[in-house]
Design a protein around this ligand. Structure first.
Ligand SMILES: Cc1cc2nc3c(=O)[nH]c(=O)nc-3n(C[C@H](O)[C@H](O)[C@H](O)COP(=O)(O)O)c2cc1C
Length: 221
């Protein structure tokens, strides 16, 4: 029978220590961000926000305050009727197929609407990938990237699912545009992005499709 030796124990402990250090280093890169409750009293009345809605061409890099980021995400696709688990944006057949990936200087997060937090996905500044061939927008402090998981739709008609996904993404994007218009932030809906590389770094499944992105920032002074 194999006897456990002291050297084995040492090896095991140093391996444990090594992986703990590595794990710690990695998690130090990116931690979950607890979001604030949405401030539902802020912003312009809806007609004034509509009057101001326009796609910005200039974006600034100043980090969004936590309240602004929290309110932005809630307006985009947060839960507004917790008793029904329903969202600020409608979705075909209530599939809730749109996930929002949040690209910031420190890394990429996934908006977890149910827990009202940002889950870390990948560390490092990946905003250039979202800017794609329009590098001039890359310094926007945050990009909200809408991904549809079409496996959340019932049935087997893939073309129909992709069409519904595009509509659902457009609705989330319009929520972002109206929130920004109503609160003085700059945004622009964009289809341009480096789809192949983003799919790779986010480790998306075949059923997950990149739809649209909105850079968001404070306006230039
Ligand atoms: C589905 C969609 C995709 C778009 N893609 C891009 C894009 O890749 N790059 C860009 O600069 N603007 C993009 N736009 C923004 C449009 O160019 C802009 O909405 C249009 O010029 C009208 O301007 P307005 O939004 O200020 O009314 C897109 C808009 C939509 C609705």
């Amino acid at each position: 029978m194999y006897k456990f030796k002291l050297t084995d124990m040492k090896r095991f402990l140093s391996l444990l220590l090594f992986s703990a250090i590595l794990g710690n280093l990695y998690s130090q890169d990116l931690k979950s961000i607890m979001l604030n409750s949405p401030d539902k009293t802020r912003g312009l009345p809806v007609m004034q926000a509509l009057a101001k809605r326009a796609s910005a061409t200039v974006f600034t890099g100043e980090k969004l305050k936590l309240q602004d980021l929290s309110d932005l995400l809630w307006a985009a696709n947060g839960i507004n009727r917790p008793e029904l688990k329903k969202r600020t944006a409608p979705s075909a057949m209530n599939a809730q197929d749109i996930d929002i990936y949040v690209f910031m200087a420190e890394g990429v997060y996934l908006y977890n609407a149910a827990a009202n937090l940002l889950d870390p996905v990948v560390a490092g500044d990946q905003r250039l990938l979202v800017a794609g061939r329009q590098a001039e927008v890359a310094n926007a402090s945050v990009f909200l990237v809408m991904v549809s998981d079409i496996s959340r739709f019932p049935g087997s008609d893939e073309a129909m699912k992709l069409s519904l996904a595009a509509m659902d993404a457009g609705l989330v994007s319009q929520n972002i545009s109206l929130f920004c218009a109503g609160t003085g932030l700059s945004t622009r809906p964009r289809a341009t992005m480096d789809n192949v590389k983003i799919k790779e770094i986010l480790k998306l499944k075949d059923s997950q499709h990149l739809m649209l992105n909105n850079p968001v920032s404070y306006p230039q002074k």
